[in-house]
Design a protein around this ligand. Structure first.
Ligand code: HEC
Length: 125
């Protein structure tokens, strides 16, 4: 019994700070989106740049939102929907998800950063 209590207590002290660190934070994500701004705007009515404006991208079908942006044939043919899992893979390594994409971005190795940026993108609607 005592052992069980101790185990529960120590699990809580280990688990709680870990959770606090990994909960996606859209405010942090907005800052971390700075690395994307070289190529993307994210505001409603923002212009396309090297990459398409990303307002409303979450939940959309890839390469369909921005009629005037010249998407690569590879992305147009990919038939992806930008949900959490697909965005997470895309931000890890775009070229691995869509061979021939013109998003020449090396990728973000850190999952917490990807999760923050996805949380930020989710709020843009
Ligand atoms: C060097 C420029 C560049 C950088 C940096 C960049 N992107 Fe892109 N991004 C592009 C281009 C170009 C495309 C269009 C790809 C295609 O058509 O194959 C694109 C496409 C996308 C799409 C798909 C849009 C759609 O309408 O389907 C998403 C989502 C995206 N980028 C997110 C990001 C995020 C988030 C970051 C920062 C972590 C980022 N990109 C960094 C250039 C960039």
């Amino acid at each position: 019994m005592i052992l069980r209590l101790l185990t529960a207590a120590s699990l809580a002290t280990i688990a709680l700070p870990a959770l606090a660190q990994t909960a996606p934070d859209p405010v942090m994500g907005q800052k971390q989106f700075g690395q994307c701004r070289v190529c993307h705007t994210a505001e409603a009515n923002g212009a396309d740049g090297v990459g398409p404006n990303l307002f409303g991208v979450y939940g959309s079908k890839a390469a369909t939102r921005r009629a005037k942006f010249s998407y690569s044939p590879a992305l147009k043919g990919a038939k992806l929907v930008w949900d959490d899992a697909t965005l997470d893979r895309w931000l890890t390594d775009p070229a691995a998800v869509v061979k021939g994409t013109k998003m020449t971005f090396v990728g973000m190795p850190r999952k917490p950063v990807r999760q923050n940026i996805i949380a930020y993108l989710k709020g843009l609607k």
